[in-house]
Design a protein around this ligand. Structure first.
Ligand code: SAH
Length: 441
């Protein structure tokens, strides 16, 4: 890999990345209490009607409705990423991010015996920028991946973003096949000739040897919130504020609720957030990886079971009160990696979470940056590369707030042979790129 990095991965990508700095979502913000206008959005009207009909709703239901309601959800009909959107993500900042992740997948593919085929599956692909950068690496390393059958599978609920992904990734001369009623709602061919399909749910992605990727995906899944009280744990609900018209407020449930079962018996915090949907997805990924091999790479902001109230909103690159103008702002909560680890336990091995700056450093970001800088005479491009590097790596920016976490078959770490159909039966190496310091030559 060091040779590949030194010789570069082809020409400098001409894709203009976001001018920096813009806010990234990993910033901590306690919800509520921000003075702000409260326009009556269609989503607010819908939620008030719902609460009036059936009573207060859990924070998880609130988050799910606001973000992914098929008719009015925040994610469904808009492009919220980038300079003109509400927040910026690592792949939108620097091409190097996706390139290094592409190298990670190839490195795992090689370490597990170079299977004759694999699926690249991304959960929540945003604008498709990350998968585009990964596929560029696959093309540049065509001689390594030669004769390997690759297919791309995107799990995306947003109609708008899936259209942008198709524009970014597919060959326009090959018409897209669309079938809104089918679990595979869109199909096409990427610019490099790889079959690509879209799904709303991971369950519908074909099972088989796969590499899974989730970048800033788990943080948008709905969380339940709980507060410790003298009477025990009480779930936080969203209700209509009786004092102010058209305003929502948080209330505590008067008695225990079923979701309380998710709280650990020895929990010491006084406020916790739990994300059952994340658990379901990790269990599904773990079962698939245990059965057919492959790996999952999860990158997100989060903690290891230590933080309390992290639920927050983002709008126009600013923090936003989560209960104001629902449907116009992104809602997010830090990922609890200790919970993800528990959900994977017994099925697959997990690595991390480790900090983004450590992971990218281990993957050779400094070497890749130098290659790109050496190749570029354009001062503005050089400045963009350096600023992008700083944003991704600086511990005060994204470097420490974002984490990498991986799921791998147990055999991968034990050095046993796993992949039966592999072209090589070489035992797995125990070093997993990114999670251990590699000797870059
Ligand atoms: N990974 C991208 C985008 C992150 S934003 C990046 O880093 O730039 C979150 C993404 O997850 C969006 O594409 C959003 O539409 C998608 N998403 C949100 N909830 C989802 C769900 N329940 N199932 C599938 N995709 C979802």
């Amino acid at each position: 890999m060091s040779v590949l990095l030194r010789s570069g991965l082809g020409p400098l990508c001409a894709v203009a990345r976001a001018a920096i700095p813009f806010i990234w979502r990993g910033k901590y913000f306690s919800s509520g209490n921000e003075p702000a206008e409260n326009p009556v959005t269609p989503m607010l009207r819908h939620l008030m009607y719902k609460i009036k009909s059936t009573g207060p709703i859990t924070v998880a239901e609130y988050m799910k409705e606001v973000l992914t309601n098929p008719a009015k959800g925040y994610y469904v009909y808009r492009d919220m990423l980038g300079e003109k959107g509400d927040f910026i993500t690592s792949p939108e900042i620097s091409q190097i991010f996706g390139e290094l992740l592409g190298i990670w997948f190839i490195s795992e593919w090689m370490a597990t015996g170079k299977s004759t085929a694999f699926q690249l599956v991304e959960l929540g692909p945003g604008r498709g920028t990350l998968v585009g950068d990964i596929l560029r690496v696959f093309t540049q390393l065509g001689s390594v991946l030669k004769n390997c059958d690759i297919s791309v599978h995107l799990v995306e609920v947003s109609q708008k973003l899936s259209e942008i992904q198709a524009l970014t990734l597919t060959e326009e001369k090959v018409p897209l096949e669309r079938n809104a009623g089918s679990p595979v709602y869109m199909k096409g061919v990427t610019k490099s000739g790889i079959p690509i399909s879209w799904y709303r749910d991971l369950h519908d992605v074909p099972k088989g040897y796969s590499f899974y990727l989730a970048h800033e995906f788990f943080d948008v899944l709905p969380v339940h919130k709980f507060q410790k009280t003298p009477q025990g744990w009480r779930e936080v609900f969203v209700d209509i504020d009786p004092q102010v018209s058209d305003k929502l407020r948080f209330v505590l449930a008067p008695s225990a609720t079923p979701a309380e079962a998710f709280i650990q018996h020895d929990e010491t915090r006084d406020h916790v957030e739990v994300c059952p949907d994340a658990g379901v997805i990790i269990e599904e990924l773990s079962q698939r990886i245990a059965l057919t091999g492959g790996a999952a790479l999860v990158a997100d902001y989060g903690h290891d079971g230590t933080k309390t109230d992290t639920f927050r909103g983002f709008c126009d690159h600013k923090l936003h009160d989560v209960l104001i103008a629902p449907g116009t702002a992104d809602l997010t909560a830090d990922v609890d990696f200790s919970y993800l680890r528990r959900m994977a336990q017994g099925k697959v091995a997990s690595l991390g979470p480790i900090k983004q700056h450590t992971f990218l450093k281990n993957m050779g970001i400094d070497v890749r940056l130098k290659v790109l800088l050496d190749k570029s005479n354009e001062p503005s491009v050089r400045q963009q590369l350096l600023q992008g590097y700083d944003m991704l790596m600086n511990p005060k920016k994204m470097g420490e707030r974002f984490n990498f976490f991986a799921l791998l078959p147990h055999q991968r770490l034990q050095g046993g042979s796993y992949q039966r159909n592999a072209r090589q039966s070489k035992p797995f190496a125990s070093v997993v790129a990114g999670f251990s310091e590699l000797a870059w030559q």
